[in-house]
Design a protein around this ligand. Structure first.
Ligand code: PLP
Length: 401
């Protein structure tokens, strides 16, 4: 009997488990090192688990809802979400984008991860292609593959910004969408208005060429995590066939509560048809609806967020010394990652040497971009001064090249 004939695990999932083993190993390694040497000894920059607690108003809103239970408040809401929460978000989207949104363009989702799966389920036929700009969030391969699609990696240009010629080369009759992520995991790059405009112009030309609508999917869970007063403009004006997918995992520190939404542009041709497909996808993927207590909480929070100033301080505590040491990287304008070139260029050797120093970072290959590594700075402040001498030792060993 072959291995696959005795295992209950599907070939596809077995293959995915193998492919994601580098990050899983890192996770297990962190736990092992902490158990052996104590948590203090380990500097773990491998995980993007939001550090900061939700704002106080969140606790008050939950306490108030729990103190005044209403009949039916924990029953199934409509699959798309509570009408009042969707209307509240539509109004925010309207003032952010300058377009007129209604509740019927907003679907409440199980985080951004759930929302992306809903969009791909609604969009893809087997073999359809989704363009992703490298480096990109590692889960996109799975999310696209879950629905029979194929993720096509497109290299970026200077400063990890989109390279229009590379996009043009990647375009085929099977292309259905381009996914962008700004502020970006893992680079911290934020797309400005000019970048979005040129992406929109290219998508328009590509639609004319292929004779089909192309969907711009903007994955923006870090949209409010911005530094130095940088702005992250709305993508909606750039292209009519746009869907924004986001969550409050990072800006409200609610990653475990799994609350987000997907919003369809009011300018999308047959937007209502695509929206209804997403509502059905939300149901038949088994999400059914986004967590309803969180849907009740959101309209009570106004503009509250986690304390972004703390993420900026952590960015400065890590970025400034690393660049003085000679690490080469783009200064992150948002999110909570740095993505330096790997000193010496050999990711596996560098990561192993870092691990020997009890310093955990993730190789760029996992993001479709070998020759770099990612360090997530959503860590307790005291971890960074402990880590800096280790980074220094590594660059001394591997050189600045
Ligand atoms: C770029 C990006 N997209 C999507 C997600 C998924 O976030 P969630 O499902 O918690 O909203 C993450 C999480 O780290 C991310 O970094």
């Amino acid at each position: 009997m072959t291995q696959s004939s005795v295992s209950l695990v599907s070939d596809a999932v077995a293959q995915s488990m193998g492919a994601s083993s580098a990050i899983r190993k890192m996770f297990e390694e962190g736990a092992r090192l902490r158990a052996q040497f104590g948590a203090e000894a380990v500097c773990d920059f491998s995980l993007g688990n939001p550090l900061l607690e939700p704002p106080e108003v969140f606790h008050q809103a939950v306490a108030d809802l729990m103190a005044h239970p209403q009949p039916g408040m924990h029953r199934y809401p409509p699959n798309a979400g509570l009408p009042e929460t969707r209307a509240y978000i539509a109004q925010k989207l309207s003032s952010d984008s300058g377009l007129a949104f209604t509740a019927d363009q907003v679907l409440m989702t199980v985080g951004a991860g759930g929302g992306l799966n809903v969009v791909f389920k609604a969009l893809l036929n087997p073999g359809d292609e989704v363009l992703a700009l490298t480096p990109y969030f590692v889960e996109y391969d799975f999310y696209v593959g879950n629905h029979g699609g194929r993720l096509v990696r497109v290299p970026t240009g200077e400063g990890f910004l989109p390279d229009i010629e590379a996009l043009e080369r990647a375009l085929t009759p099977r292309t259905r969408a381009l996914i962008v992520n700004t502020p970006n995991n893992p680079t911290g790059v934020v797309y400005g208005a000019d970048t979005l405009k040129s992406l929109g112009a290219w998508l328009g030309r590509a639609e004319a060429k292929t004779g089909r609508p192309l969907l711009l999917i903007s994955d923006e869970p870090y949209r409010k995590l911005l530094f130095d007063g940088v702005e992250s403009p709305s993508v909606f004006p750039a292209h009519p066939h746009t869907v924004v997918v986001t969550s409050h995992s990072k800006d409200l520190g609610l990653a475990g509560e799994r609350i987000g939404y997907a919003a369809v542009s009011p300018r999308m041709a047959d937007g209502a048809g695509f929206f209804n497909a997403m509502v059905l996808a939300n149901r038949i993927l088994g999400f059914v609806n986004a967590p309803v207590l969180m849907q009740r909480v959101l309209p009570r929070l106004g503009e509250a967020t986690v304390d972004m100033g703390r993420y900026q301080r952590l960015r400065d505590m890590l970025y400034e010394p690393l660049s003085q040491m000679g690490y080469q990287m783009v200064k992150p304008q948002g999110a909570f990652y740095v993505f330096p070139r790997t000193p010496g260029g050999d990711d596996a050797r560098f990561i192993e040497a870092a691990r020997a120093e009890k310093l955990l970072v993730v190789p760029g290959g996992g993001f479709g971009c070998p020759g770099y590594f990612r360090a997530a700075f959503c860590v307790e402040e005291q971890v960074i001064p402990r880590a800096l001498p280790r980074f220094e030792k590594l660059i001394q060993t591997f050189g600045r090249g």
